[in-house]
Design a protein around this ligand. Structure first.
Ligand code: PFF
Length: 492
């Protein structure tokens, strides 16, 4: 383990970096939709419940585990139970798998900044996205050629990641001072524009109208937990790696509360920008709002461009603002994901930081080329589903078990309180030992049962095996291998 480890230059840099990794594409295209689907305004109840029982406790776990181990995910697990370091390596691999496709979404955003200038999607943004930008094949079995504009965007993205990570954590601390506020400024511009359009109020009403009957459905509560986990970048190697550069006396509880509140506040606010625009679209084409509600890539690359074309003035400007927002939202999440793997790799192997980062970027780009092919989108969809359903939940569960049961919740809480301004109480122990592992365990079992019963998304079973189960099993095997291989180095 490196002895002269660099540190964050200030507390603000660390918080901004943690917030930057948390605030990502998911805040804009996942939260508003999930909130709308699961009870609108009433969803805030399970959402805040999940934030307090799982979000904050796990943020504290990850910040503290990384800080005390002064190492990334595998070292953090190993420092509590040596045989658990595989879970840390699994976290690194999941982060790396995610970043390979996260970057291709950013590649589309680069292209769409360009397309926005001329509103190149014309009258049918759906057709443009599917048949021109992606030129999607009939299924994952047909890869087809590489789409050059996407490849160019992908190369630009990886160059940006390399440039940021090259100088280590100090430059991350500086770059996030731009990449965190910039998307917020873009979002404010879009929210003001959205809220001043006709139909906006209908959209907002749809977003927030509380449907309390939904709260009796356990799926709504599981959705809240899933969203909290993904949104706060928990269950991955990222926050553990970032926390490993914290100085010994760094505050844990307060930093966790700040990160959680800023991230969830951003999500809530994003809902206003998104739903006001959806209300306007529904008004323009004369349909009910629920007919235009979409999430994920469809929202960003089909529905939003359609809305932009309908704007009365400065349409290209708002298009550029939207896609610059997506890019800057994504970039700090992307380099966090790479750093999550780079930190433990350099600690375990002793190889120089620049070399590790260079090789990770080259490998990430090479794997990412798969997603630039005409059939790439099918694979992106499958891989995303399995990593977020199984990878993150498994790792977060492992963290609860290791900290709550093996190390002892009370003892760990005392360590947190030793350097925290806000002292946390017994509620934290209950969350980490009982509530969170229970919910995560149920989520995992449910996802397994559903996943085994029916192949995801109507894709053929073999594709689910290759991009889903096969990938997860392979990642676990590699993690166990890495855990054994670097046993000696990490404990030195
Ligand atoms: N939290 C990000 C989002 O909500 O979009 C996704 C993510 C980014 C997860 C970075 C994990 C991560 F390390």
């Amino acid at each position: 383990m490196a002895i002269n480890r660099e540190n964050w230059t200030s507390r603000t840099s660390f918080i901004m970096a943690a917030v930057g990794s948390a605030i990502g594409l998911g805040n804009v295209w996942r939260f508003p939709y999930i909130a709308y689907e699961n009870g609108g305004g009433a969803f805030l109840i399970p959402y805040f419940f999940a934030l307090f029982t799982c979000g904050f406790p796990l943020l504290m776990v990850e910040f503290m585990m990384g800080k005390r181990a002064r190492g990334g995910a595998p070292q953090a697990f190993r420092s509590i139970r040596p045989f658990m370091s595989w879970a840390g390596w699994l976290a690194c691999l999941c982060a790396f798998i995610i970043v390979t496709y996260y970057c291709s979404i950013m590649a589309w955003s680069w292209d769409y900044i360009w397309y926005s200038l001329k509103l190149a999607w014309g009258g049918d943004a759906g057709n443009f996205f599917k048949h021109h930008v992606l030129d999607l094949t009939s299924g994952p079995g047909v890869l087809g050629k590489i789409q050059e504009p996407i490849l160019i965007g992908l190369i630009l993205t990886w160059i940006a990641i390399l440039a940021v990570l090259w100088k280590g954590i100090a430059s991350v601390g500086k770059v996030v001072l731009i990449t965190v506020p910039l998307p917020l400024i873009c979002l404010i511009i879009l929210a003001i524009r959205g809220l001043t359009l006709p139909g906006a109020i209908d959209g907002i009403t749809y977003y927030l109208q509380p449907d309390f009957s939904k709260l009796s459905n356990p799926r709504v509560w599981l959705a809240a937990y899933g969203q909290i986990l993904f949104s706060l970048s928990l269950g991955q190697a990222v926050l553990l790696a970032y926390a490993s550069y914290l100085p010994g006396d760094a505050d844990i509880a307060n930093n966790a509360f700040l990160t959680g509140f800023i991230n969830c506040g951003f999500s809530f606010f994003a809902g206003f920008a998104v739903f006001s625009a959806l209300g306007f679209l529904a008004y323009q084409i004369g349909v009910p709002v629920q007919d235009v509600v979409k999430s994920g890539p469809d929202l960003a690359f089909v529905t939003y461009p359609t809305i932009i074309s309908q704007l009365p003035f400065w349409a290209p400007f708002f298009g550029v603002v939207f896609f610059v927002m997506l890019l800057t939202l994504g970039i700090d999440s992307a380099f966090a994901l790479v750093e999550g793997f780079a930190t433990p790799l350099k600690d375990a192997t002793g190889i120089r930081h620049t070399r590790v980062v260079l090789w990770l970027c080259i490998t990430g780009l090479a794997i990412g080329i798969l997603y630039t092919t005409r059939g790439g989108f099918h694979w992106l969809d499958i891989v995303d589903k399995y990593v977020s359903d199984f990878g993150l939940v498994t790792i977060a569960l492992a963290e609860c078990v290791v900290v709550g049961w093996f190390f002892g919740a009370k003892r760990f809480r005392k360590e947190i309180n030793d350097t925290s301004e806000i002292r946390i109480g017994v509620w934290w122990d209950i969350c980490i030992t009982v509530i969170t592992p229970l919910v995560l365990g149920v989520t995992l079992i449910l996802s397994l049962v559903i996943g085994i019963r029916q192949p995801y998304g109507g894709y053929p079973q073999w594709a689910n095996w290759v991009g889903g189960w096969g990938m997860i099993i392979l990642a676990i095997l590699i993690s166990v291998f890495l855990g054994m291989k670097f046993k000696r180095k990490e404990t030195e």
